[in-house]
Write a protein that binds this ligand. Sequence first.
Ligand SMILES: Cc1cc2nc3c(=O)[nH]c(=O)nc-3n(C[C@H](O)[C@H](O)[C@H](O)COP(=O)(O)OP(=O)(O)OC[C@H]3O[C@@H](n4cnc5c(N)ncnc54)[C@H](O)[C@@H]3O)c2cc1C
Length: 466
Amino acid sequence: MTKIYDAVVIGAGPAGLTTAIFAAERGASIALLESAPQVGGAMLINRGQLSGAGSKLQEERGIKDTPQRHFDDAIRISRGTASREFLELAVGLQGPFIDWLMDHGFEMAENMPRIIHGHEAYDEARTYWGREDGVSLVKVLRPMLEAHVAAGRVDVFTNTSAQTLLRDEKGAVNGVRTEDGRDYFGRAVVLASGGYAANPTLFSRLHEGATLWSGSYKYSSGRGLEMGEDAGGEIILKETFLPNFGGFLDHTLEQPRYRAPGGLTPQDRPPWEIVVNREGKRFYREDNESVDERTELLIEQTESLGFVIFDEAIRCEAPSIFSYFPDKAERFFEPEGVIESADSLAALAEKCGIDAKNLEATVEKYNRAVASGVDAEFGRSHMPRPISQGPFYALPIVSYTVRGYAGLKVDLDFRVRSKDGQAVQGLYAVGEVLGSLLSGKGSVGGMSLTPALVFGRYLGERLPIG
Ligand SMILES: Cc1cc2nc3c(=O)[nH]c(=O)nc-3n(C[C@H](O)[C@H](O)[C@H](O)COP(=O)(O)OP(=O)(O)OC[C@H]3O[C@@H](n4cnc5c(N)ncnc54)[C@H](O)[C@@H]3O)c2cc1C
């Protein structure tokens, strides 16, 4: 006889895992489908930065923080574009979730929480991460899942991609057909399938032809979003498209992807280099502390591409631009690495496809600014030395994407809503498939991963069962 689960959950990332675990704790039967060979989703590769206000860790460090302050800060950073109702729900759940993690053996990195500057910073230390980044979270959640599997409450199907949603005779979603033609039935189906930042075609469709420079998990196919749309769900938040500033292609990874080098954040490492576009011209003040402004300016350049230009003296004297990866910084200078080098600026420009004459003129002008101490063009103040001693280097950087922006519209019970405002019966969605709900058109620290975890938990604790 065909088994009917309480819920079929599509995706075993943070949102799907917490949905399944907390529903199973109430005795629900769950089928958890996962495209990848293992559970964990983007936590297996992400930095795992979480945020939460009012945690015990904050209290121990004498930090007086509240969900209301977190809320206000997120609204400020998102410039009023984050969803107020979902933000209100999230900030109330996130602090207690940090405590819950600590109570369940989460290995927190040293000196947490912190204020970080990779994106617009919070006004309070409320960002946390594990010793092994996202993997520290997997290490808490996976054993819990395994306990439910052993108890027969959860069936996990890895290497299994959901392809189509199934419906009963009344039109309610009641199951999933996978790529290999198997059917799984449930009283509810939960889309916890993450975003689409590994799918250039869908990305381009949702964002007016934008080029995708992907820094995401390779299984972020967007299929869940498409299934939700096919079932009548409304896709919202397309306008929140705002990729990350300054990613380089890390060729040392098993699956190369774009990621931040670390040293392009002026609050952490004041700049020694200049950044030019294909035309060989600078296009922003390299010590501009607003990551949103830097990103907007990079997006406007030809192919959304920039080149960080420096010389041998800077390579030797400056703190490494690859501050996130000090151990492998030198590998990026190897022939197969992303950095181009040449004995002259003209030869460097030739190799990179930059306008050579303009590059020479730009560097000359910058060197004059260093000598006079006045950058008349952009007003940069940190100019420690000229760019004059070959070999010269260029690191290509792009505005890259690690998560989806558009997402399915849901109500506060996480039921998928159609354009006419009706709930799509039987269908729920949680996590990144909801798009940039909590960050809006901004990057609010920890506000992708933490809401995926806490909303997954919230849904798991409430899904109708039995
Ligand atoms: C490099 C990187 C760094 C990041 N750093 C941070 C950070 O520090 N802080 C933060 O807040 N956010 C961060 N994020 C974003 C964060 O990882 C995501 O928002 C979060 O993982 C979303 O959780 P999710 O469960 O919705 O999706 P995912 O983690 O993507 O999990 C979805 C799962 O669904 C599976 N899946 C997809 N389609 C199907 C299908 N059709 N059938 C079956 N399974 C399917 C996928 O394989 C995946 O395992 C980062 C992302 C990346 C890529």
